[in-house]
Design a protein around this ligand. Structure first.
Ligand SMILES: C[S@@+](CC[C@H](N)C(=O)[O-])C[C@H]1O[C@@H](n2cnc3c(N)ncnc32)[C@H](O)[C@@H]1O
Length: 316
C-alpha cells in the first residue's frame, strides 16, 4: 500500500528542506522508542521523522482496518469523525479515502508539533470542517458530541493502563456508529485489543472486525491475532531509514465495534496463506468462535480458487 498521492506530495513538501541523512538517527531512535513502548514527548524533529518513516506504515494499517469495516458494513457512510491521538492526521487521511462523504473531523492531539504538521498536510484535503485541538484526551473534555466514526490508532500503547478503561468508556459514549482501535501487531498490542474488546462487548458493542463473532477469542499465547500490510517505501522513506528494500511489512492488530450489528460473511484469514502445489492452507477465525487451519485442495474447484485468492486479513 502507498500513501494517497496528495498526502505523499504534502509529506514530501514538508520534508523538502530537511536533510534526510540528519533525520536518520532521530528516525531510528523514534522507531526504537515505539518498539520498546516507551511513551515520550514529540519534538519537532521527531514529528518530521514520523512523517518520513512511520506515517506510511500506520496509514497502511489504519486504512486496511477501515477497509474491513467497509466490507462488513457496506451501508456505513460516516459524515463525522473524532480521532484521538491524531499524530499528523493519519486516520483522517485514511478515513477520507475510505469514506469520501466525511464532512466534519475533530482531531485531538497532545503534541503541538504533530498538530502543526498535521494541519499543514490536511490543508490539501477537501473536507469542509477540520478542527484540531491540542489536548490530553484522558483528562480534557472532548465536547464535540457524538460522532459517526471514532478512531484511536496506535495510542492505547501510549496510555497508562489505569486510564485506558475510562477513555474507552467515554469514547464509546461518543460513538454514534463505529469505533475503530488499531495497535502495533505485537503480543502486547493484541492484549490491549483483547481488553478493549471485552470491555466494549460488555458495554453492548457489536464486533464488526476482525473477529467474525463476539465469542471469547480462540487464540492462546504465544499465538496472537495480528495482520500485516506491505508498505511501499518512497525515496524519502528509504533515505531516512538508510534502507535499500523498497517495501516493509507493518504488523498491526485492530478492533472495530459498532452500535449496529454486522452480518459476518465468512471466516477471517488470520495468517499468511500457505500455498502448496495442489492445495492452500488457510488459518481461519470462524463465525462459531473457533480457529484453526483449513486445507483446501484443487479438487474443491471454486472453493480452491477462492482460497488461492484469499489474503491474510480477508474474509473467506
Ligand atoms: C504513535 S502516535 C499515532 C499517531 C496517529 N494516530 C497514527 O496512527 O499515525 C500516538 C499519538 O497519540 C498522541 N497521544 C498520546 N497520548 C495522548 C493523549 N492522552 N491525548 C491525546 N493524544 C495523545 C501522541 O502525542 C501521538 O501523536
Amino acid at each position: 500500500m502507498d500513501l494517497p498521492p496528495l498526502l505523499r506530495r504534502a509529506v514530501d513538501d514538508v520534508l523538502e528542506s530537511t536533510a534526510l541523512s540528519d533525520l536518520a538517527a532521530t528516525a531510528e531512535a523514534l522507531s526504537q522508542r515505539y518498539r520498546d513502548e516507551r511513551p515520550h514527548a514529540i519534538s519537532d524533529r521527531d514529528a518530521l521523522a514520523y512523517l518520513a518513516v512511520r506515517l506510511p506504515a500506520t496509514y497502511a494499517a489504519v486504512r486496511a482496518s477501515f477497509d474491513a469495516v467497509a466490507q462488513a458494513r457496506p451501508d456505513f457512510a460516516p459524515k463525522t469523525v473524532l480521532d484521538i491521538g491524531a499524530g499528523p492526521g493519519t486516520a483522517l487521511w485514511a478515513a477520507s479515502e475510505c469514506w469520501p462523504g466525511l464532512a466534519d473531523a475533530v482531531l485531538i492531539e497532545t503534541s503541538s508539533a504533530f498538530r502543526s504538521y498535521g494541519e499543514r498536510l490536511a490543508a490539501g484535503l477537501e473536507m469542509p470542517h477540520v478542527t484540531w485541538r491540542v489536548a490530553d484526551a484522558t483528562v480534557d473534555a472532548i465536547d464535540c458530541g457524538t460522532r459517526d466514526l471514532v478512531t484511536l490508532a496506535y495510542v492505547l500503547n501510549e496510555l497508562a493502563p489505569t486510564v485506558r478503561h475510562s477513555l474507552l468508556q467515554r469514547l464509546w459514549e461518543q460513538t454514534a456508529d463505529t469505533l475503530v482501535i488499531v495497535e502495533p501487531g505485537t503480543p502486547t498490542g493484541w492484549q490491549r485489543i483483547l481488553a478493549a474488546r471485552s470491555q466494549l462487548i460488555e458495554a453492548g458493542a457489536h464486533v464488526i472486525a476482525p473477529c467474525p463473532h463476539a465469542h471469547a477469542c480462540p487464540l492462546q499465547p504465544p499465538d496472537w491475532c495480528h495482520f500485516a500490510e506491505r508498505v511501499a517505501r518512497s525515496r524519502v522513506h528509504r533515505q531516512t531509514k538508510r534502507a535499500h528494500v523498497p517495501w516493509e511489512d507493518e504488523k498491526f492488530s485492530y478492533l472495530a465495534v459498532s452500535q449496529k450489528p454486522a452480518t459476518h460473511a465468512g471466516a477471517r484469514v488470520i495468517a499468511r496463506p500457505r500455498k502448496g502445489g495442489g492445495h492452500t492452507t488457510l488459518k481461519l477465525c470462524r463465525p462459531d468462535g473457533s480457529a484453526g487451519d483449513q486445507l483446501v485442495s484443487r479438487r474443491a474447484g471454486a472453493l480452491f480458487k477462492r482460497a488461492r485468492n484469499a489474503d491474510w486479513g480477508s474474509l473467506f
